[in-house]
Design a protein. Structure first.
Length: 446
């Protein structure tokens, strides 16, 4: 049961601290990390492919011992090839999108033992056959699953966004710190080669002093202007998703740009909902589901970085007709040139692919540091990072704290729109500006 001390009241915080750090099971280098997966939805195939890459490379000794889904057949869909209901087709064919990962079964890379199946994650935790939990549930339950898992002494890797509100994230972080457990954010964008390449090139001064950045786009592939995104209606429900694309996609983009350019100090935002109804159509084009959107579908933001850099970001699930996207997610301008569509364009006439420049110019030790055991799949790399943090102690590169920072930037866009003024990130992190989130916290009992 989750400790009743999880609130922001000083007395409750003191009560939690008296519990002392969790000592947990002995995870020696020879014993496997027993992993329980909670949530068997659209993103699970991508995570199973990551675990398969880890198993094949010998990089980590992880055994999936449990699958949990509210409907047993959803878990059976991933347990063993030849059993269970037929797999769902991917909801998108966009290259590189984790939601486009082909179906995979645990038995494809781990024929023995096969994971146990639970329809209530609390039973999974009570069975005590896992050392860590991978949380892949809808956003409104991230904090509940994580808190109960950590209360049971389990390390937790949570799919992004970390939590549905800043208050929920704070509760998760506080308990992880109190119990001495790893709380990590599954933010795969950080681990890609292009992200690493641009980070190194910027640090080496290829673009000089950074002045401006522009990111995002209008339109969401097959989902614009009004289809239910990823065929998951909860993404349009404030009490389940928190926000729309600025939360769902924004945390990805903000994690990358903070990694490249440093901390965001202030945000001025404007959000709108242009399409109040979203629909899902079957293969014949008939509408089979309708949902009333209670989150924004479009957001505009001005980002103020501590370095003095200024950025503009737009993201939208709306937009009729043609769509527009900044290629590669972000463009950057500095005093020596620019980065756009994966290329460096320097004032001296140099035009070169950023990844090629990284491969040719960066020391081998730098490149190898980011591809341990030859791993290149970003999700496998985030899982490896989590595995190492559990084994050795410490935190992952994209820790729970990093996940909260990304969430704070995203919510700063919404809260700024509500307040009608520029907000410092500190105001959002310290919950001095949370008029929009207050309803979520109240109705979910956070």
């Amino acid at each position: 049961m989750v400790d009743p001390g999880y609130s922001d009241e000083p007395e409750a915080q003191s009560a939690v601290r008296t519990l002392g750090p969790w000592r947990g099971a002995d995870l020696s280098s020879t014993s496997p990390l027993r992993l329980g997966i909670v949530g068997c939805g659209r993103i699970l195939p991508a995570h199973l492919h990551g675990l398969k890459a880890l198993a094949e490379s010998g990089a980590a000794h992880i055994v999936v011992t449990a699958l949990s889904a509210r409907r047993r057949e959803d878990a059976e869909m991933f347990r063993q090839r030849g059993e269970g209901p037929p797999p769902r087709p991917p909801v998108t064919d966009m290259a590189g999108d984790p939601l486009a990962a082909p179906h995979l079964y645990v038995s494809d890379f781990q024929p023995d033992p096969l994971p146990a199946i639970y329809t209530d994650y609390r039973d999974l935790l009570a069975a005590d056959d896992v050392d860590a939990v991978l949380c892949l549930t809808s956003l409104d339950t991230h904090h509940t699953v994580a808190l109960e898992a950590m209360d049971a002494g389990k390390h937790v890797l949570v799919e992004k966004p970390l939590a549905i509100t800043i208050k929920a994230a704070n509760r998760m972080l506080r308990l992880a710190d109190t119990r001495g457990l790893v709380l990590a954010t599954a933010e795969n964008a950080r681990y890609s080669e292009r992200t690493r390449a641009v980070a190194w090139l910027l640090d080496e001064g290829y673009l000089g002093q950074i002045q401006m950045t522009l990111g995002g786009g209008i339109g969401a592939g097959d989902w614009s202007p009004k289809r239910i995104v990823a065929e998951t209606a909860w993404r349009h429900d404030k009490l389940r998703a928190g926000g729309g694309p600025i939360i769902d996609l924004g945390v990805h983009r903000f994690n990358v740009i903070r990694y490249w350019l440093g901390d965001v100090d202030g945000v001025s935002g404007l959000v709108r909902t242009f399409e109040r109804e979203r629909v899902h159509r079957d293969s014949s084009g008939e509408i089979v589901e309708r949902v009333r959107a209670t989150v924004e579908d479009t957001a505009f933001a001005t980002l103020h970085f501590g370095s003095g850099t200024v950025g503009q970001f737009v993201v939208s699930w709306a937009g009729h007709g043609d769509q527009f996207h900044v290629p590669g997610g972000w463009s950057i301008w500095g005093t020596r040139g620019s980065y756009h569509d994966g290329r460096l364009n320097l004032d001296d006439g140099t035009r070169v692919d950023a990844v090629e420049a990284y491969r040719s110019d960066a020391p081998a030790t730098e490149r190898e540091r980011h591809t341990p055991h030859g791993l290149t799949d970003p999700i496998a790399l985030e899982q490896y990072d989590f595995y190492q943090a559990v084994r050795r102690g410490g935190s992952t590169e994209v820790s729970g704290w990093e996940g909260r920072l990304d969430l704070a930037v995203a919510y700063a866009v919404i809260e700024s729109s509500v307040e009608g003024r520029l907000l410092s990130l500190t105001e959002v992190e310290e919950r001095q500006a949370e008029r929009y989130q207050a309803q979520i916290n109240r109705e979910l009992g956070i």
